[in-house]
Design a protein. Structure first.
Ligand SMILES: [Zn+2]
Length: 217
């Protein structure tokens, strides 16, 4: 596809631009060198205590608020799937240590939300990266009801909003397995804690965590 007549015509009509700063770039679907240097901060996450108790290792590739927030929001709320190659090249460039897991489990969306969005962002972001590492994605969790936005809620309100919101969709498959829980971002950790808790309760042997962006050090 890279040099097909259609893509050459597209590049001529709409020269590829960096999705963060709009500078022209050579390859469609990549960040410019300056933005890449600014956002690429692969780091091991220091997790909030409740999540740290459930998760063995946790990694993020970039900061969120001072980093990928505008493009992650554009993917989720603007449904800009054209951003996916940019995320993939960041993941590859991050050079994270080799991940080992039996399955990657995405944080689920409620079915109505996923229909509206057209995809699950965690799955979309990591799909190619995980395929290259031969880690299959398993939808082991389901969201049983829509949940309100957690932003701005106090910790106890977040917990209440998420109570009973997730269920195990693959209770047998996860038992005694090493699971890589994936999501686009880690902010307060409330959602990921609820998911990790359920996986642990369901008998997962080990849970690691990978997100694209987080402000946790
Ligand atoms: Zn840029």
């Amino acid at each position: 596809m890279a040099h097909s007549p259609v893509s050459l015509l597209l590049d001529f009509l709409f020269p590829p631009r960096c999705p963060l700063c709009r500078a022209y770039v050579e390859t469609r679907g990549t960040l410019c060198a300056a933005c890449r240097q600014m956002v690429l901060r692969p780091h091991r996450l220091a997790l909030p205590p409740a999540l740290a108790a459930l998760v063995h290792e946790a990694w993020a590739v970039a900061p969120y608020h001072e980093g990928l927030q505008p493009v992650i929001r554009a993917l989720k709320y603007g449904r800009k799937r054209a951003l996916l190659p940019a995320f993939h090249t960041l993941l590859v460039a991050a050079g994270l240590p080799l991940l080992r897991a039996d399955f990657a489990v995405p944080v689920p969306l409620h079915a109505a939300r996923e229909r509206e969005r057209g995809f699950n962002q965690a799955e979309a972001i990591f799909h190619a990266y995980l395929a290259a590492q031969q880690i299959p994605i398993l939808r082991a969790l389901a969201r049983t009801r829509p949940t309100p936005p957690l932003y701005g809620l106090a910790p106890h309100e977040r917990k209440a909003a998420l109570r009973g919101a997730f269920a195990l969709a693959e209770p047998i498959a996860i038992r005694s397995r090493h699971i890589l829980l994936i999501d686009d971002i880690l902010t307060t950790g409330a959602t990921l804690t609820a998911c990790a808790h359920l996986l642990k309760k369901g008998g997962a042997a080990r849970i690691d965590l990978l997100v694209l962006a987080s402000d946790h050090a």
